[in-house]
Every structure is written in structure tokens, then in C-alpha cells.
Design a binder for this molecule. Structure first.
Ligand code: MEV
Length: 339
């Protein structure tokens, strides 16, 4: 057979991370940074994975892949092992969906989403892998089933720590509203995101636990979480009123930006920011961004700013704490076929 190729986007939180854990709504948005997965079936039931940019030097691993023989990865780098695990569970989901338990694959993974930076790189790899493998087996899935299977795959690798938001947003694309287990696509104008990455990553489990204990101890911390929910609802109505087919007008960007600033302040109060994240946020604001906030679990990792000009990108490039910066428009497409 010929190769089957799928890509899937990463994501940022426009609003609502952390508060979403307590049932408040959140709005993750897919961004034009993608993982691309090429799949070709094999004569045997083995799985061979090449991932030229999932680690510094890239790697290739081949294993039996028949359920009993798991990938034997003799690489000490955690991200590489995690990368293989994600592809392994994705392959299992594809075999199960297509009722082809013995299907073997050659898989190539490429990604321009920074790894472990809270941008949903693992969700993108899993979604694109399941999509390409099921299509290769002649059993394409609709985006909802794809999202559900990708969620199960992430859940397995992350020991039950996965959120539905990442895989859903990545499968359907655009802006998403998450509340509890309910995920829905919502209309949004073309948002001019700029992402700054400090090269690090926070410990999501610890950060979530920290917010939980503040919330248990202080009513005003619980109120802070509820205030995040209030600003998310406000942000949703701003998005709903904007023309989704167009670039957002200044007043829409200004209000979304103000809400992002507010959200960052509340997250900072809840203890999940860091000096590097704050410095990048302030560099973006001083460069004239409409607003800026940390995105994801915090503690380190990425910020997201709104700026349709090049000013924020340039300012972040000259910010010592910022290791990588890129512009990333809202991605309209979720998972998609690549030729
Ligand atoms: C992490 O990307 C987002 C959090 O809200 C945790 C979660 O929703 O699982 C901090």
C-alpha cells in the first residue's frame, strides 16, 4: 500500500486552565503548529517507529507489537520513551477500531510543536497516528470517535491524568468550549496568537494539587477559581459576537486581551506562574500585545499573547528567559489528511 499521512494541531488555552478542573468552563484553541504522522502497513505484525525530531538526534525503534511484546526502548531520554509509548497506544486503538489486531505498521512522526511544553504535542501525535493508521486500514473514524479513542490512549499513558480538552481540540480544530466532560466546537475569529516558550516545563500534577490545597484552605482562593469561570464566560460571549469568518476588530482583540491579562493575574495568585512566565508576559505587554497569559499548567513552559503585529514576537526574541517564540494563528482544521 501507499503511505497514509495525517497531521493534527497543537493548542493553547485562551482562557480557563486550572479552573476547568473544578467544573468551570475553559476555552482551548488549536494553533497552526502540527504533528505529522505517516503510516504504511507491513507484511508482518511488527511496528517500526521513526521520529526524527522527537529527540535531539531522532530515533528509530522496531518491536513485535503483537500485544505481548512491548517496545523495548534502550534510550535513557524520558521524552523518547514517552513518544514511543504514545505511538504504541495509538497503534492499539487503531487496530481495535479497525478490528485488525495483527496489523503491522511503519510509522514516521514529525512535529513542529515543542515537546512537553503544554501545547498538546502528545495529543497531536496520538490523534494524527490513530487517524493515519485507521485510514491506512480502510476504516476511517469521524472526529468525535477519533477524539474519544485518542483520549483513551492518553489516559493509558498518563495513568488517568489526561484531560479531554487536548485530544478533542486537536481532533476538531478551532476554538473549543470545555466544561466537565463536555467538549464543543465554538465559533471564533482568526486569533493572532504569539507563543513564547521558556524551554522548561512545570509539573502538572504538583501544580494542580497546589491549587486544590489553596482552594480548600481559603474561601478567597475558591472565589478566585470561580472568578476565572466568570471571565471565561465573558470571553465566550466576546467570541460569539465577533464575525468568525473575519480577522477580529481592534475592540474584540482589546477585550480578549484584557481578559487574558486578568486570567494570568488570577493564575499568578493561585501560585501557578513563575518568574520566567511573568517576565515573558510583561515583555509581551510592553511590546503592545493586547494581552498575555501563561498557557497550560504553568510553573514554566509557555505563554500566549495576542498581537497581530510583529512587535511581541520581536520583543520575546530579545527576552533572556524566552528560548523559542513563534506566531501561530488559530488552526481552523483539526486533524487532516496530508498528501
Ligand atoms: C493543563 O494543560 C491544564 C490544567 O487545567 C489541568 C487539566 O485540565 O487537566 C492545568
Amino acid at each position: 500500500s501507499n503511505m497514509t499521512v495525517s497531521s493534527a494541531p497543537g493548542k493553547v488555552y485562551l482562557f480557563g486552565e486550572h479552573a476547568v478542573v473544578y467544573g468551570e468552563p475553559a476555552v482551548p484553541c488549536a494553533i497552526e503548529r502540527r504533528a505529522t504522522v505517516s503510516v504504511e502497513t507491513r507484511e508482518d505484525s511488527r511496528v517500526r517507529v521513526s521520529a526524527p525530531d522527537l529527540s535531539l538526534d531522532g530515533f528509530t525503534v522496531e518491536y513485535g507489537g503483537n500485544g505481548d511484546e512491548r517496545p523495548d526502548v534502550n534510550v535513557s531520554e524520558g521524552l523518547v520513551e514517552a513518544g514511543i509509548e504514545y505511538i504504541d497506544v495509538a497503534v492499539e486503538q487503531a487496530r481495535d477500531a479497525a478490528n485488525a489486531p495483527n496489523a503491522g505498521f511503519d510509522v514516521t512522526v514529525e512535529s513542529d510543536i515543542p515537546l512537553g511544553a503544554g501545547l498538546g504535542s502528545s495529543a497531536a501525535v496520538v490523534v494524527a497516528s490513530i487517524d493515519a493508521a485507521t485510514r491506512e486500514l480502510g476504516h476511517p473514524l469521524d472526529p468525535e470517535e477519533l477524539a474519544a479513542r485518542a483520549y483513551r490512549a492518553e489516559y493509558e499513558v498518563q495513568d488517568g491524568q489526561a484531560s479531554r480538552a487536548d485530544t478533542f481540540c486537536c481532533a476538531v480544530g478551532g476554538a473549543v468550549r470545555v466544561e466537565g466532560d463536555d467538549c464543543q466546537h465554538i465559533d471564533a475569529p482568526s486569533l493572532p496568537f504569539v507563543v513564547g516558550f521558556d524551554g522548561g516545563a512545570g509539573d502538572t500534577g504538583k501544580l494542580v494539587a497546589g491549587v486544590r490545597s489553596l482552594r480548600d484552605e481559603y474561601d478567597f482562593a475558591a472565589d478566585t477559581v470561580e472568578s476565572i469561570g466568570d471571565l471565561v464566560r465573558r470571553g465566550e460571549s466576546v467570541l460569539a459576537e465577533a464575525d468568525p469568518t473575519d480577522h477580529p476588530p481592534e475592540d474584540v482583540l482589546a477585550e480578549l486581551g484584557r481578559l487574558m491579562d486578568f486570567d494570568h493575574g488570577l493564575l499568578e495568585a493561585l501560585g501557578v506562574s513563575s518568574r520566567t512566565l511573568d517576565n515573558m508576559v510583561w515583555a509581551a505587554r510592553e511590546a503592545g500585545a493586547h494581552g498575555a497569559k501563561l498557557t497550560g499548567a504553568g510553573g514554566g513552559g509557555c505563554i500566549v499573547a495576542l498581537d497581530e503585529t510583529a512587535e511581541t514576537e520581536t520583543a520575546l526574541r530579545y527576552t533572556a528567559e524566552c528560548e523559542d517564540v513563534f506566531r501561530a494563528e488559530l488552526a481552523r482544521d483539526g486533524v487532516r489528511v496530508e498528501d
